[in-house]
Design a protein around this ligand. Structure first.
Ligand code: NAG
Ligand code: NAG
Ligand code: NAG
Ligand code: NAG
Ligand code: NAG
Ligand code: NAG
Ligand code: NAG
Ligand code: NAG
Ligand code: NAG
Length: 723
């Protein structure tokens, strides 16, 4: 017996080298299925995962067959560990009295000898079911994302290890897989029991409200927003917690978007622990704006899609950097149309200016209400106390799903967009241009949306549909003059006001851009286009011609060749290379490379087999778009634009959104093109970029035209005008 125990210990030590090291690190960052780990594009180091696998597990490692252009980094996504039977990772915990943040990264690409579309599996961590019958493939399709990241907060357990088990039913599933795992020793985020919204007695007697114990509850992160601010990448999070904070604008309901403001004052944490959120969250906010009479009759509302039949914790982050005394900005908070708190006065609550605070509420989302699986967060200025400004404030928002304590379950169903689409159909009697059947007879019964949406995507879709449904009137007929199939709208010459000269070979490309795209010499381009043979011309614009070409034997490309007499000069050529080489997204046209040789300025792009959106929307189109395709194109283009606005390191304003600039590839995936007019947008202290007005008439935001001030909203206006 004893010797067996010794052998076990020995084995344990071999497979658990942590014991050799004195100290267990605060965080483990694992690139699953890789032999050596490596560094991601943010400079984070990822290590191999094999030493944490329990002995005797049946797994294989695999390399993804294609790299999606939207992957910001090939680590950890391009390698996977595929489980052929139930497998457990055993992670040593840095501090067994600390909670754990667990992040799982999935890249549902194709892998050799593994059928991704039939991979359904469960994940259980520390006794809690995180995922069940989970299909990363369906989830990615629903979110129209290449990869999925799931984040969980697991309260302290007395065990020195965290076991994470991947499991599946072999008769129904091809197996389980994972690409990356992060295990981070976290501070105690939830130290008090929040009030259950709607449990206050008559007349909002909050003293009688029920509180929900959450300090020992496992949670899944649903949303984490830097309200009124920009995307904060993991490497800029506080206390090394590697959280991502997203822009909130996609979730705002209705026309009242409020104003996004960057604080003017210095903000410090004061008594709030720094791990609560990075200071950038408290330094930007959204409020209603300066018009009291408008505000008092308005709400600022965000809507989030969630799984039904769970409780959710909604955490508000506030910091008032403007008010200098009490009763200046006072507001009420509603969650799902029920009062969560009355008369919130951040100055009064924190007793000073620029002082961050947070407040949590819990809401139960059942499937019985009319909007069964949504969370509505609403702010409204208080009237009762007659504050000086009738305004509201929000700096950050997080929503966590709470595990039900009896079943220890956090898993929801695989998301689908169909239910939501049906609902919007019914509620709004949707028949916007982009969705009409070609013979102008909207036919609801033909809409079959498969695929799926969860969390983030669903609301995005709702927002898009909403815009489309209510704004189709704005378009000016005949404004779209382009007819030709252009991978990049060279026909934007009508509005391009370029001062710069012609190609003089004075192009300077940053090293960043140069390393992200390929350089072609003129001979290669001539070879690809059969010496610019006219039969390969697929588009003509003021700037020159666009040719179909073939490189590397069989890769189809679109080649845009500058007309030597064109007005569009070196600057725009450079802008496109700089912009496009930094942007990789499923819904943006990818730049493959460029050629600047012998006075020629040539750009090489992905070939878009189905041409422009325009040619599919108007009469006489060759191909009949199904409703599903129309919706997907609409959503895809919106995602591409949203990525430009919020996903990249800088906000990028397109400035020339129109139907000829939305292209469609062979698989009907919409891609936004033409960044020649783009501007890198709002920087820290301004909400806009002052600039010479550019863009195409009929799609131009009147406010931009009038004030010559550019915001992301100018693009949204143009986008709406497309449909
Ligand atoms: C372990 O975690 C607890 C709770 O977060 C904390 O109070 C304690 O200081 C930590 N101990 C160590 C050694 O880090
Ligand atoms: C994966 O499984 C699905 C459903 O069984 C099947 O239709 C598909 O052809 C399979 N794909 C591959 C590559 O085997
Ligand atoms: C984790 O799994 C190992 C091996 O299966 C087992 O010995 C250990 O008790 C488990 N730990 C916990 C905390 O469940
Ligand atoms: C992240 O932090 C770095 C260094 O402090 C800073 O230069 C960069 O602007 C930050 N990025 C964002 C998106 O906040
Ligand atoms: C910033 O401070 C200046 C000077 O106090 C003030 O004029 C300006 O309006 C403030 N801007 C914002 C956005 O609060
Ligand atoms: C909140 O109220 C609005 C109308 O006032 C309604 O459309 C919406 O469905 C309600 N939301 C929830 C979650 O009950
Ligand atoms: C604001 O939202 C609250 C809660 O949903 C609702 O009762 C109120 O009618 C709304 N007010 C306006 C002006 O929409
Ligand atoms: C609502 O949830 C209950 C319990 O989970 C379930 O029995 C019922 O079928 C659900 N109703 C709908 C309409 O989904
Ligand atoms: C698993 O998920 C798929 C896709 O959502 C669904 O069709 C199937 O019924 C689910 N199976 C089980 C056993 O829940």
């Amino acid at each position: 017996m004893k010797s067996k125990f010794h052998i076990f210990l020995l084995l344990f030590c071999i497979f658990n080298p942590i014991h050799a090291a004195d100290k267990i690190p605060k965080s483990l960052t694992l690139n699953c299925g890789s032999a050596n780990g490596g560094e991601d594009s943010d400079g984070r180091t990822w290590e191999p995962d094999d030493k944490y696998l329990s002995p005797g597990s049946k797994t294989v490692i695999a390399k993804a067959e294609t790299q999606d252009p939207s992957l910001s980094s090939d680590i950890p996504y391009m390698t996977a560990r595929i489980f052929q039977s139930e497998t457990t990772y055993q992670f040593p915990l840095h501090n067994s009295t600390s909670p754990t943040l667990l992040r799982l990264h999935f890249y549902p690409n194709s892998y050799p000898n593994f059928n991704i579309s039939t991979s359904y599996f469960s994940v259980i961590a520390g006794g809690v079911t995180l995922l069940q019958n989970f299909s990363a493939y369906l989830a990615a399709e629903a979110l129209s994302q290449a990869y999925i990241v799931k984040e969980y907060y697991l309260p302290p357990s007395e065990f020195p290890n965290l076991n994470v088990t991947f499991n599946f039913e072999p008769q129904r599933s091809s197996g389980a897989f994972v690409n990356g795992i992060e295990v981070i020793s976290a501070p105690i985020f939830f130290d008090e029991d929040p009030v259950l919204v709607g449990s206050a007695g008559p007349a909002n007697d909050f003293d009688s409200s029920t509180t929900v114990p959450v300090t020992t509850t496992s949670m899944e992160l649903m949303y984490r927003l830097n309200v009124g601010g920009q995307f904060i990448p993991p490497t800029n999070d506080s206390d090394g917690l590697m959280r991502s904070w997203y822009d909130d604008s996609l979730y705002i309901y209705g026309a009242g978007q409020g104003v996004a403001v960057q604080a003017n004052t210095t903000i410090g944490y004061k008594s709030l622990p720094s791990y609560t959120a990075p200071l950038d969250v408290y330094g930007s906010y959204r409020s209603m704006g300066a018009f009291k009479d408008v505000n008092i009759n308005s709400n600022l509302t965000w809507i989030f899609q969630v799984d039904p039949n769970f409780m959710y914790l909604v955490r508000f982050h506030w910091c008032d950097s403007e008010m200098t005394k009490p009763n200046q900005r006072v507001f009420d908070v509603f969650v799902n149309n029920k009062t969560a708190a009355n008369e919130i006065d951040i100055f009064a609550m924190t007793n000073s200016i620029s002082t961050p605070m947070k407040k949590d509420f819990v809401v139960r989302v059942s499937n019985k209400t009319s909007d069964d699986a949504q969370i509505w967060v609403t702010l409204h200025p208080t009237d009762d106390t007659k504050p000086e400004f009738f305004d509201v404030l929000l700096n950050g928002l997080e929503i966590f799903k709470l595990s039900d304590n009896t079943k220890s379950n956090l898993a929801g169903p695989n998301p689908t967009i169909s239910d939501m689409m049906k609902k919007y159909q019914e509620e709004h009697k949707l028949a916007p241009k982009a969705f009409e059947t070609p013979n102008n007879q909207p036919n609801a019964s033909t809409i079959v949306i498969t695929g799926a949406a969860g969390g983030a995507a669903a609301v995005g879709i709702a927002a898009v549909i909403f815009l489309v449904a209510y704004n189709k009137q704005k378009r000016v007929p005949g404004a779209d003059s382009g007819t030709s199939w252009l991978p990049i709208s060279w026909n934007s010459n009508s509005t391009t006001t370029t001062k710069s000269g012609k190609s003089q070979g004075g192009v300077t490309i940053s090293s960043d851009a140069a390393s992200n795209c390929r350089y072609f010499n003129l001979a290669e381009i001539k070879n690809a286009t059969k010496n610019f043979d006219e039969s390969n011309v697929i588009g003509v614009g003021g700037f020159g011609k666009v040719y179909k070409g073939v490189i590397d034997g069989d890769t189809k490309v679109a080649i845009k060749r500058s007309n030597p007499s064109s007005e569009q000069g070196v600057n725009e050529f450079q802008t496109e290379i700089e912009m496009l080489s930094r942007l990789r997204h499923r819904h943006l046209v990818s730049l493959i490379g460029f050629c600047e040789d012998n006075g020629e300025m040539i750009l090489v792009y992905d070939y878009m087999g189905k041409g422009t959106l325009r040619e599919h929307l108007y009469k006489g189109n060759k191909i009949t778009l199904s409703w599903k395709q129309r919706l997907e194109i609409c959503i895809g283009a919106a995602r591409g634009l949203h990525y430009l606005h919020t996903g990249a390191k800088y906000t990028i304003i397109h400035r020339d959104v129109k139907t000829t600039n939305i292209l469609v590839d062979d698989k009907w995936v919409a891609k936004v093109s033409d960044f020649g007019l783009s501007k890198t947008g709002p920087n820290m202290n301004k909400g806009h970029v002052s600039t010479v007005v550019k863009g195409s008439f009929g799609y131009l935001d009147p406010e931009y035209f009038r004030r010559q001030q550019l915001t992301e909203k100018s693009d949204v206006y143009s986008f709406e005008s497309c449909f």
